[in-house]
Design a protein around this ligand. Structure first.
Ligand code: GAL
Length: 367
């Protein structure tokens, strides 16, 4: 995928345009399509519940932003597919049948969903791919810089290993093969790790499920030997949790460095205790709010605003030059918990620093 990332500039331009009152309520475009006011319905399709981000952040943040943008008149029709691509197809069809005005789609299976995307397009409903690049004729794409996520994981792991040596044996626990992000995370990590360490075992994890990662890790331990594993590149926090369970079940007391992604609350606490050494913090408000702005702008025919929100261009296997926004990410370690998830209001300190973590919180300056 080609990346041309200028996300910050794009979002600040929006703020300044909106602030100057340049964006009129009646639409700025010469587009012939009829436009709507605030009485609109956005379909939101999210992929799963096993990882906490979707129900805890993406959905509520998105809904709140649609309400704010439409004077509380816009509705969000929400469905979560629980990692089942067939269920998501049914949910997508129901939204087409209900005649929603726009669909924001985070695909369980980016390839399998292409037919449904085509049906929506034929019904005159624009589709915005959310977080994962759905195939088929989408109008736009909003995500994080996914290769950067993998690069950050790989680079931080090498730093933790003291640059690593070719003799250091690493296990790679990658995401679901139906999720195009998983391939990008993996590629980004491999760009950093290859030639520096030995990748002793590498797994693609069905449905991103922590229990599948745990089973794969148990197999890796059997084959490599727990003491011979220098580190684990786990693609997200849920799976890092599974990896830790497998290592502990094998009697490991000194855990090797294990990466993650998503800044889940349990992972932030594990970072404090040192069980997991890093995660990748992705600003869910930035992604979900930009998606809501894109969806509302599209329905209301505000093309200048829509274009300003989608200045990057990416290619999917079925489509070229998709208008996109790619949001940047940061490594989350014990040193910057305060400046990231706490500063952004993702978790109040009281959620992180429960009785069990008092000492670690004090050491990390979280009070
Ligand atoms: C990815 C997403 C990650 C992670 C994972 C598991 O597509 O970008 O943030 O949550 O799915 O759901």
């Amino acid at each position: 995928m080609r990346r041309i990332a200028i996300p910050v500039a794009a979002s600040s331009l929006i703020l300044s345009l909106a602030g100057c009152g340049v964006l009129g309520a009646t639409g700025d475009s010469g587009d012939a399509s009829p436009t709507k006011g605030n009485d609109l319905t956005v379909g939101l399709l999210l992929p799963e519940k096993a990882n906490t981000r979707y129900d805890k952040f993406d959905h509520p943040i998105f809904e709140k932003k649609v309400a704010a943008l439409t004077d509380n008149q816009g509705r969000v029709e929400y469905a979560n597919a629980d990692a089942d691509a067939a269920r998501q197809e049914t949910q997508l069809q129901a939204m087409i049948d209900n005649g929603v005005d726009v669909i924001v789609l985070d695909a369980v299976d980016a390839k399998a969903v292409a037919g449904g995307v085509r049906k929506a397009k034929d019904a005159g409903i624009p589709v915005i791919a959310y977080d994962r690049l759905a195939e088929g004729p989408i109008d736009a794409y909003i995500s994080f810089d996914n290769e950067l996520v993998g690069e950050v994981q790989g680079r931080t792991l090498l730093e933790e290993l003291g640059s690593g040596t070719a003799a250091d044996r690493i296990v790679m626990m990658n995401g679901s093969p139906t999720d195009p992000n998983a391939g990008q995370f993996k590629q980004g990590a491999l760009d950093e790790l290859e030639g520096q360490v030995t990748i002793a075992k590498s797994y693609d994890t069905k449905d991103w499920k922590p229990e599948n990662a745990e089973a794969n890790m148990a197999e890796a331990i059997d084959e490599i030997g727990a003491d011979n594993i220098a580190g684990v590149l786990a693609a997200n926090d849920g799976m890092a949790g599974g990896v830790i369970k497998a290592l502990e079940a094998a009697g490991v007391t000194e855990l090797p460095p294990i990466t993650g992604q998503d800044a889940e609350l349990a992972a932030v606490q594990r970072i404090l205790t040192g069980e997991q050494f890093m995660s990748v913090y992705k600003s869910y408000p930035q992604e979900a709010e930009a998606a809501a702005e894109m969806a509302v702008a599209r329905v209301q025919g505000r093309d200048i605003q829509f274009d300003a929100l989608t200045r990057d261009r990416v290619d999917s296997p079925t489509q070229q030059d998709i208008p996109s926004q790619l949001v940047t990410v940061v490594a989350l370690t014990a040193d910057n918990i305060k400046d990231t998830v706490v500063a952004d209001g993702i978790y109040p300190v009281s959620d992180i620093c429960t009785a069990d973590y008092e000492e670690e919180c004090a050491a990390a300056g979280l009070k």
